[in-house]
Design a protein around this ligand. Structure first.
Ligand code: NAI
Length: 253
């Protein structure tokens, strides 16, 4: 019960990795503020948590809206006392060479993946500092460390997430705030599926990808949730500024 008497706010918690993280934290006694742009997805996560005997509320939130993020964090802090923030919401681009990526795609990817994490940290940091502690986990990607062909806007955004995480860790550590990132390889979520669906032969592309992982398969969202929960929790009390790669060995083979 690592999260007993704690409240954690998660963005993009209506599906995939965010939903699994919400379930994991609630399962370990935490109260979860489930946020997402997708109301049905967010409600579904809260329902799943309550069905399992946990506690959560849904709050609609588009992470690109700084004022809305500030308001949601303010309410969560005042009403429940916020201990943790998981900046998980993210979008992938359709595969394209850099010169063929449209301005609107570029702006959307940067807005959600970079500005969204920025907005979340800017809202939480003053509160975490004034209460003498708090834990932030940002969701990066293998693309935080590796250059992915035809994913340069996404890679740009996830590289930024990693280095921003290091900056926040260096800046706020003396005030008891930790900031880390979890950096997964392919994960079996709708985002992972969308990537393969954009390939000429999705099944073949998926099988080829699996073969590149020493563990021979893609990650389950719950395995990424486990890494997020670890870094968020007191088990990681002396870990900050770290990018925890969850990739089945892809980057070392
Ligand atoms: P997903 O597409 O299954 O879920 C993403 C959730 O974020 C959805 O519920 C969606 O409604 C929400 N969302 C999208 N834009 C939003 C916005 N502007 N404001 C608030 N919520 C928004 O994706 P998945 O796979 O669970 O991804 C979660 C994170 O993990 C993302 O940051 C992604 O970049 C990262 N990641 C995913 C990998 C994968 O293979 N699935 C690999 C590496 C990193």
């Amino acid at each position: 019960m690592r999260f007993e008497n704690e409240t954690v706010l998660i963005t993009g918690a209506g599906a995939g990795i965010g939903r699994e993280t919400a379930l994991r934290i609630a399962d370990e006694g935490g109260f979860v503020v489930v946020t997402d742009v997708d109301e049905d997805g967010g409600d579904g996560t809260v329902e799943a948590i309550e069905d399992a005997g946990g506690e959560a509320v849904f709050q609609e939130l588009d992470v690109t809206d700084a004022d809305a993020f500030e308001a949601v964090v303010a309410t969560a802090t005042e009403e429940y006392g916020l201990d943790g923030l998981v900046n998980n919401a993210g979008v992938i681009q359709s595969p394209a060479d850099t010169e063929d990526v449209s301005e609107s795609t570029f702006e959307h990817v940067i807005d959600v993946n970079v500005r969204g994490v920025w907005n979340g940290c800017r809202a939480a940091l003053p509160r975490f500092k004034s209460q003498g502690g708090g834990s932030i986990v940002n969701v990066g990607s293998l693309a935080s460390f590796l250059g992915l062909p035809k994913q340069s806007a996404y890679s740009l955004s996830k590289g930024a997430v990693m280095n921003f995480t290091r900056s926040v860790a260096a800046e706020a550590g003396s005030e008891g705030v930790r900031a880390n990132a979890v950096c997964p390889g392919f994960v079996e979520t709708s985002m992972g599926e969308a990537y393969f669906e954009s390939m000429p032969d999705p099944e073949k592309a998926k099988e080829r990808a699996k073969r590149q992982y020493p563990l021979g398969r893609l990650a389950r969202p719950g395995e990424v949730a486990d890494a997020i929960a670890f870094l968020l929790s007191e088990e990681a009390s002396f870990i900050t500024g770290h990018g925890l790669v969850v990739d089945g060995g892809y980057s070392v083979s």
